[in-house]
Design a protein around this ligand. Structure first.
Ligand code: TXA
Ligand code: MG
Length: 339
């Protein structure tokens, strides 16, 4: 299959809409990362997403909508908490897991009785949904296990020949995938951290928002993740990544003892030149927003440079940094060294 990459024009948006209506795949930008879209109601179309990504069948997809009225049929009920969170954070990088409605394909939900729904703020997504009338299922546009792409060239690198169209809308702003929160149950619970933080949601809801144990710790044998995606090692570059927890002085000391060829540092802005090994900087220290924006590109760039062993500076674990830590922890296959 030939993969076209087109800039955003009325014609390319119309083509994307037509492909979705015909049950084909389209890769497109969102404010978080690039996604691969297919009609969430059409099981045969959604199956093509799993094939293109090599994604395990038991990992459900998020349904993307562009207005509250589109929830009809996709969810069976909109819980009060969901209404409050939607008013505060939609359109935006928040996915809510709700009771599933009759119109979503089994393939989209991987057979679960819940469905994750989000209303993205990216204008291209909104245009494509409006033009097609299609609520689409869309995972991140990477091959399963690789870092999510945040631009069209990285999407093409993974998806060339696997789908007919990539819409090129430039860099994704946020850089990590949406926050996933379960809104039913006694307490709301974050299943995947993102740009919409625990602290922000607690301020809106006036109640505690729990954090799933799978987010910041490795699951113990036999433990079940409520978000199937969290059980996989994920976001991994080819290099072996290790997170070094400790301040910059200790980090620098550690790197000085490990200057073998193939070693790279993944550090914060302004630090690399002091290390004596090749490096990539992925945002400002203590600033989860800039780290989120750069992390996945940094992981892909390490591969492009042929890095073998990567020692990464450790992000914080609150606010947007929780999302950065969660992704890096998986990229590192849960390897963390205390300095
Ligand atoms: O920002 C995003 O959310 C991007 C863009 C393209 O919108 N999409 C994305 O999708 O990251 P994906 O498929 O890569 O990740 C979806 C995550 C997985 O961890 C999955 O297990 C979880 O959401 N998820 C989806 N539906 C769920 C459900 N019903 N219950 C629990 N977890 C669910
Ligand atoms: Mg993904």
């Amino acid at each position: 299959m030939k993969t076209q990459v087109l800039p955003i024009t009325p014609e390319s948006v119309a083509l994307a809409a037509r492909l979705l209506q015909q049950g084909e795949l389209v890769a497109l930008p969102t404010e978080t990362v690039y996604g691969i879209a297919a009609d969430a109601r059409n099981g045969d179309a959604v199956k093509k997403i799993f094939e293109a990504k090599g994604r395990p069948q038991d990992n459900p997809l998020i349904v993307h909508i562009c207005g509250m009225e589109m929830l009809n049929g996709i969810v069976s009920e909109v819980p009060e908490r969901a209404k409050k969170l939607a008013a505060a954070f939609w359109p935006g990088p928040l996915t809510m897991v709700m009771p599933r409605g009759p119109e979503v394909s089994d393939v989209t939900c991987a057979g679960l009785d819940t469905v994750g729904v989000r209303m993205p703020s990216h204008p291209v997504v909104q245009q494509v949904i409006k033009a097609s009338g299609v609520a689409f299922a869309a995972p991140s546009a990477n091959l399963s296990g690789k870092p999510s792409p945040t631009n069209a060239p990285d999407t093409l690198a993974d998806m060339d020949g696997r789908l007919p169209l990539i819409l090129d809308g430039g860099e994704s702003n946020v850089g990590v995938e949406s926050t996933v929160v379960a809104v039913t149950g006694e307490h709301p619970m974050i299943l995947r951290p993102g740009y919409v933080t625990k602290e922000l949601m607690e301020a809106v809801l006036g109640e505690e928002v729990l954090v799933s144990p799978a987010i910041l710790e490795k699951l113990k044998d036999g433990e079940v993740a409520r978000s199937p995606g969290m059980k996989y090692k994920h976001y991994a570059p080819k290099a072996q990544v290790t997170i070094l927890r400790g301040d910059f002085a200790k980090y620098k000391e550690f790197i000085k003892q490990h200057t073998e060829p193939g070693v790279w540092a993944l550090c914060f802005d302004g630090e690399g030149a002091q290390l004596g090994v090749p490096f990539i900087e992925y945002g400002k220290n203590h600033d989860g927003v800039t780290q989120a924006h750069h992390l996945f590109t940094a992981l892909r760039d390490l591969d492009k440079h042929g890095a073998q062993v990567v020692y990464a500076r450790c992000p914080e674990q609150d606010g947007v940094s929780m999302a950065v830590y969660n992704r890096l922890f998986r990229a590192a296959a849960f390897r963390v060294v205390e300095l």
